[in-house]
Every structure is written in C-alpha cells, then in structure tokens.
Design a binder for this molecule. Structure first.
Ligand SMILES: [Zn+2]
Ligand SMILES: [Zn+2]
Length: 822
C-alpha cells in the first residue's frame, strides 16, 4: 500500500531552517503518531498476491488496571522491529493486537472498586491502546479484538459446542482444588504449595461437577506433531514432558488373604525388567482400596495422612514432591511373577489419574524408591547388575540377576520378554500412560464466557442452538462469587430459566463460565476476519494468512496456553475449519527484565520501571532502542538507567549528524564501506533476531560518521536501517531533514553493495565419519544447511556417502563439517 504524500505533509510541517537545534522527542513523536494513524500506514492487505504474507503474532495482553508494563513494552518492541523491517523487505505484514479481557483479576478489581468489570475493561483497553500508539507499535488496529466482546465470544462458544457435539466436552464429578477466599475452583497449576496462587489462602479439595475437555485424546498428536514446527528445543521438551507419554505394562497384583471387596491392585510400570525387585506397592490416597479400607479400619494414622494429602494439588504431588512419604496399610499383595508377599502402602506421591493410581516400589533401581525404602526399612533387592546398590540406586539398564528364568537378559530384552510372558499368562496388558490430564474447563465466577448448554430434566445436557449464539453474559450488579460454590449467574432466575430447545419444557441454563484460557485459544484466527458474523473467520482468509509465521511470547505459556491452543487448532483442523495441523509455524520466547537491583520487578520492592515516565523524559524511541539494545532478547536482563541514557545520547548524536554531517559531495570511501558493512550486519542480525548487536553496529557506524560527511543518498540508507528501531526519529530525519515525501516506513530495505563489503571466505574441511574426504571454499557466513548441500556435491564425498544413511552432521562454522553415517 502506498499512501499519498499529502497525508504526511501537513501544512504545519517544520521547515529545515526551523528545526530545533536539539533533539526533542516530545515535539516529534506525537506529530508522526497522528499522521501515521490518519494514513493507516500499517494495514495488512487480505489476498495480496504480489507480496508474500508474513503473519507476526505476539501474545496479546491482559488489560490490567496497571497499564502497559515494561515487559509488554519490551516484547512488543521486539516484534515491531521485525514487522517494520519485513514491510520494508516487501512482505505483506499482518501485525494485529487485541485484548485477553476475561478473567479473575478484572473481576477482583471490580469487586474492590465497585466499577463493573465491563467498564473496567473498557477503560483499561483504552489506556493500553493509547500507550501502544505512543510506543509507535505498528499494529493494524482495524483488526482489534476483545475476548469479552459478545461478537468475539460467540465463536468461542461455537467452538465449545462443536467440542460438545464430538464428545470432547463432558461433565464429571471430580475432586477439585478450591479456594475458600476467592470461592473458585483452582486448576492444578493455580495451587502453589497447597495455597491459592492469587490470594495465598490454604486451598481445599472438594468433589464438584465440572466441565472437562478431552485433551488427552490429542495427547499423541500434540507430542508427535511438534516435529512439524520450529520451536526452541526447550519448549518442545517441556511440552512433551507435560504430556508425559510412556509405554509400559499394567500388571495385576492379587491381594493376599484380604477380606475386602477389592481383590487386586493394578500397577503401571515402564520398567518391568525390575519386577523381581519390587518390595512394596504404593496406592494413591484416592484409590478405591484405600476408600474401602477407611470404612473398615480405625487406623488414625492412615486417616490423618489422607487428610493431609487432600490439601495438595496433583501437580504438587507428582512434580514438586521432594520426599516420598507413605503409611503401611496392613495389607499384602502377591508379585505376579513369583507370588512373593509384598506390603501395600498408601502414598500421596501417587495420583489416582496416572497409571491406575498405583505403583510398584523398586528401591534398588529408582532414586526416590531408594530413599523411601531407607526411611521405612523396606528391603532393597538388586535385580539389574551394574551399580553399587549398597550406596545408591542403580537406575540404568543392565543385566538381570535374581530374576528367575530371566536372569542374564539385558534390560531391553527383559522388558520385551517379561511383558510378553505376563500378557500370555493374562497377568498384564501393554499400555501407554500419559501425565496429561483432561482439562477442567469450568469456573464458577462471573467474568467469563457462559458455557452454551441447557440442562433439561428430560433431555439432559442440550446444546444451545447455534443460531441463538452468543449466549450473552447478563449485565448484573451483583457478580460477587456465591458462598455455595455456584456461579453468581445461578442467582439470576430470569436468565437461568429457559425453555428446553429440544422438548420445550422448563429447563435451566448452565451457569458455569469458561476459564480465562478459552478466548486465547483461537484468537489468532479472529484477527484474520474480526468483523465476520457468519463464521469465526472466512475460509479464504484463513487459507491466505495461516499459519502464523512467528509467535513471540513468554516462557510461562510454554505448557498451558501454547498447548491448549494447539489442541483447539488440531480439533478445528479435524472438523475442517482450518487447513493446517499446527497454528504457529515458529515460536520464540523472550526473556525477562529485572529491576535495576537485579531482582524481579515488584511494587512491594519498589523497583518497577514505569514506561510512561521513561517516555515522558526520554521519548518512546529511546525506550525502544534501549529495550532492543539491552542484550540477547531471550535472556534475563537487568534494567540500567545508564544504559538508557546511553541510547538517548546516541539518538542526539544521530540527530546532530543528520543535520550537520550531510553534504552534497562524494562520501569518503572508508565511510561508505563502513555504511555498507553496517547495512549488511543489521540485515543479517535481524534475520536472526539479534537486535542488540544490530543496534551496536549502528552505534559503531556513527562514531565514524562523526569524522566525515555523508552524501544525502547515503544518509538516506542509514535512516532506513534505523527506521524499524526508532520509527519517530527516522521519520523526522527522512521527511524534514532529507526532504523526502513518502514515509520512511514505506521504503524498501536497503541492499548493501557486495563489492564494498568484502565477503570473508573460509575453507571448510569435509569429513565422513571423522576421515578427511575433501574441502570447499565458502563465504564464512554460509549457513549449515547450505554448506551441507555443497559438501555433499564434492565428488570424493559423494563417493563415500553413496548408499549410506547420514545419521548426524557435525558442523563447526568456518572450519569443519563431518557426516556421521549409520
Ligand atoms: Zn484465593
Ligand atoms: Zn428437554
């Protein structure tokens, strides 16, 4: 899109001669902000065939009353530099913004201040948007979304209905975490050390009917299809670990002379090679055996232990527990491989939902089982040789000993043989277990999307007909959570009581609302077609823009938001709404900015940095530049006022040089070479998101510029590469100093002159399985993949690789490439 220069050249433009001697961002910035807005400079164009599309997405904020914080300014600036540069590189860039507006913090804030959540949201989003505009973030505001807008959440509800119709949304009575103070159900991740994450009150457990989403049905695909996307390895590993798939076997341990109804305990293990080393079986406190036992036994010890366990969340019990604890039940069971009598314990590190709620204890071959055995005096029986079990557990694979007919087998072989033997004897069954749980999808508070279901005493759970969507959240004055644990919506009789859509009889609306993750699950699709009232987004637009090319966000969303939204996307793919299996082609995660004292920023510590104040004093450009310059974006960094001031001084120097060191004469060749080297460096660095080194290169350049003069044509090149970083100053220099008509943000990204920038060459040694097989000459900056291809084309290398499968390629840039074959 090219805009008319008249839009940018208003009548009150400052003339060169009138330009201030000193750099005054407060005069420059508001002026350009208004002009860019009027010109709609950052609109993305649907179906543009001339340019390649580029969908750049940054996690949308929750519009809190605090306003935009420094972390937002940091993340948004990073992405904005890329968006601006990609536009200059000729891409059709979509960079949208919106509001993740439902959720408890708004509701709590509203309760505290007496202002309705809808009003709070309106006020906060206005402020956020204004702050973003001040920061020169180049969003296409025509696509703004708000998850609490009925026009938006009717489609969140629509997706829920599709899930319900496919049997992927269901209701069940489950034990849930409960905060007596916030009066809401807490998800596992919202319980920290047994306390409510928000208010710190001790969390309770209770049985309650809840909506759940069957994310477990997608567990395999969520793990496997990570191979299709470009995420950091740590993110992929964290997701796979969260899903926690393990293949193993479920075995039955018969109870020995028990008078109970329950006759056997099912145990899941991935290490059946250690089965002869089992010296206890531990069941979860929720295990039916324990429930039956408690009815009969009067053991105060067991009762007390179970009361304690109930207060902890599953996550705490599985992941965070440092020491395994337990109580002996007085019962024994029989090891299915040799009928040896084994004591049965109850322990809270076992959870009911994983692997059947019971595990076998093999102290000799598991670290925590080893400690457990030491603490409670259980036998430690070695069955896999290779370690020193008198000192510690041996957890690796080895050769089987003390294992009857399986002695002498390797662990790998034994796992297969023992499994087969157990299956044949009908004592076991091969099973895949997951740590991932179905997702608790209901909350009992006001400020969320109503679940579009009607409860009819005759028909059961009836979906609200799609034509009746959205089920609007009623505007009420009393949205305080109830003491019964029901949603406050349950109190609004005229809203709750409806006719059943199926039989017409009297029925009641579901009063639970969705969790705050619901709206953010699919928001990247709504940006594509935010005004559409017929469907969540038109198929044509989805086809054009999806998948998201780059998704930038925080590490705290690795396992929840990122996983949940991948789940919904796969479901939408299954029902034909989206063409791709994955929503985000590539994901990068930014680091965190600490206070000047190196500590996490917090009000109580008094070390927060308010972006508004910084902008007022130094301008938005200086803040942006400093945030980009602080260090590698994915690291944790401390704020430095000195560093900020350094960036501000740099901008002052650029200002002065553009005014004083530009002359209509030939640029000296040294300076010209330095300029082209800088263009090259900034271009390559942005490709790799090395924002800080790109800024450093420009700083280095102006040191040389201050010793000489640039021709206006060359000054333009520098202003262009500066433009994505400090959009206001660049525009001012472009239009007012260099006298250009169109916006600098609509210019082409400059190309460096290869003749001026001598390419450094390197000789790469080529090895096959560590033996020298050739060498090639390449530009030092050549990427691994390209070197790999070139090296494989060398005749001698081709010969040695012929018919072999390459297992691994080791590459030392500028020096060596080694092909390891299978
Ligand atoms: Zn609470
Ligand atoms: Zn009915």
């Amino acid at each position: 899109m090219v805009i008319d220069c008249s839009l940018l050249q208003s009548t009150n433009v400052l003339q060169l001669s009138q330009m201030a001697k000193y750099y005054h961002p407060s005069e420059i910035e508001p002026k350009w902000q208004k002009k860019w807005q009027a010109a709609k400079l950052y609109q993305a164009v649907d179906f543009d065939k001339k340019r390649k599309k580029q969908y750049l997405l940054v996690e949308f904020p929750y519009p809190s009353g605090e306003g935009l914080h420094l972390g937002h300014a940091f993340t948004f600036s990073l992405m904005d530099v890329l968006a601006r540069q990609k536009r200059m590189l000729g891409f059709n860039v979509l960079q949208p913004m919106g509001w993740d507006a439902f959720g408890l913090p708004t509701e709590n804030y509203a309760l505290k201040t007496g202002i309705h959540p809808a009003e709070v949201t309106k006020k906060n989003t206005r402020r956020f948007r204004q702050q973003m505009e001040t920061l020169a973030l180049s969003y296409d505001w025509g696509r703004e979304i708000n998850t609490s807008d009925p026009q938006y959440y009717q489609w969140t509800q629509w997706i829920f209905l599709q899930l319900f119709k496919q049997g992927l949304a269901y209701k069940a009575e489950i034990p849930v975490g409960w905060c007596p103070s916030c009066r809401i159900v807490l998800a596992n991740e919202e319980i920290v050390n047994g306390h409510c994450e928000r208010c710190g009150t001790e969390a309770k457990r209770k049985e309650q009917s809840q909506w759940l989403l069957r994310i477990t049905k997608y567990a395999n695909r969520l793990a496997d299809e990570l191979d299709l996307v470009d995420y950091p390895d740590s993110v992929k590993a964290a997701q796979r670990n969260w899903i926690g798939r393990s293949e193993g076997i479920s075995l039955k341990f018969q109870l020995a002379d028990s008078k109970l109804q329950i006759k056997e305990i099912e145990v899941f293990t991935t290490r059946v090679d250690t089965i002869f080393g089992v010296t206890a079986v531990v069941v979860a406190p929720e295990h039916p055996l324990v429930i039956e036992l408690l009815k009969k036994s009067k053991s105060a010890e067991i009762k007390k232990y179970i009361e304690q366990a109930k207060k902890k969340s599953e996550l705490e019990r599985m992941e965070l527990v440092k020491e395994k604890t337990g109580v002996f039940t007085g019962l024994y069971c029989l090891n299915p491989v040799n009928n040896k009598k084994i004591p049965v314990w109850v322990g809270d590190y076992v959870v009911a939902t994983y692997g059947g709620g019971a595990v076998m204890v093999v102290p000799a071959h598991d670290y925590r089982d080893y400690d457990f055995a030491k603490r409670y005096g259980l036998e430690i029986r070695e069955v896999v040789s290779g370690g020193k079990i008198d000192k510690e557990a041996f957890v690796d694979y080895g050769k089987l000993v003390n294992s009857g007919q399986f002695n002498g087998l390797s662990s790998e072989k034994a796992i297969k043989k023992i499994s087969d033997w157990l299956v044949k004897k009908k004592l076991g069954q091969k099973t895949v277990a997951y740590k991932l749980r179905d997702w608790i999808f209901s909350r009992q508070h006001y400020w969320g999307e109503p679940i579009p279901i009607i409860n009819c005493s005759k028909c059961g759970l009836v979906p609200v007909p799609e034509k009746d969507l959205p089920v609007e959240l009623p505007y009420i004055k009393r949205y305080k959570p109830t003491t019964t644990g029901e949603s406050p919506l349950a109190l609004i009789k005229e809203w709750v009581n409806v006719a059943c859509p199926k039989c017409g009889g009297p029925a009641k609306r579901e009063t639970d609302t969705m969790p705050n993750w619901a709206g953010s699950n699919w928001y990247y699709l709504r940006y594509l077609d935010s005004q559409n009232n017929q469907e969540l987004a038109s198929k044509k637009k989805i086809d054009y823009w999806m998948p998201v090319d780059l998704y930038l966000g925080g590490a705290e969303h690795t396992t929840l938001h990122l996983l949940y939204s991948r789940f919904w996307h796969k479901f939408l793919n299954d029902i034909g709404v989206v063409p791709d299996k994955e929503p985000y082609y590539s994901r990068r995660q930014h680091g965190m900015i600490l206070g000047e004292d190196g500590e996490k920023m917090s009000k109580s510590r008094g070390n927060t940095i308010n972006p508004d104040k910084i902008i007022k004093k130094f301008g938005a450009d200086a803040l942006r530049l400093y945030l980009l310059f602080m260090g590698p974006y994915e690291q944790t960094m401390s704020w430095s006022t000195q560093g900020l001031e350094g960036c501000w001084r740099f901008l002052n120097r650029v200002w002065r040089l553009a005014k004083e060191n530009v002359k209509k004469q030939k640029t000296p060749s040294d300076l010209l070479i330095k300029l082209h080297q800088t263009i090259k460096k900034v271009t390559n660095d942005l490709e790799e998101m090395k924002f800080n080194t790109a800024v450093a290169a420009m700083m280095e350049f102006i040191n040389e510029w201050s010793n000489g003069f640039l021709n206006p044509k060359e000054a333009e090149l520098f202003v262009k590469i500066l433009a994505p970083f400090t959009p206001y100053l660049a525009e001012e220099l472009w239009c007012e100093v260099l006298g250009q008509k169109f916006s600098v943000h609509q210019q082409d990204w400059p190309k460096y002159d290869g003749k001026l920038v001598k390419e450094e060459m390197a000789t790469i040694i080529i090895q096959v399985n560590g033996k020298l097989r050739g060498e090639i000459e390449v530009k030092s900056a050549t990427a691994k993949k390209q070197v790999e291809e070139l090296a494989q084309k060398e005749a001698n290398v081709t010969k040695y690789l012929k018919g072999k499968k390459i297992k691994k390629v080791i590459f030392v840039p500028g020096r060596i490439i080694n092909f390891v074959t299978a």
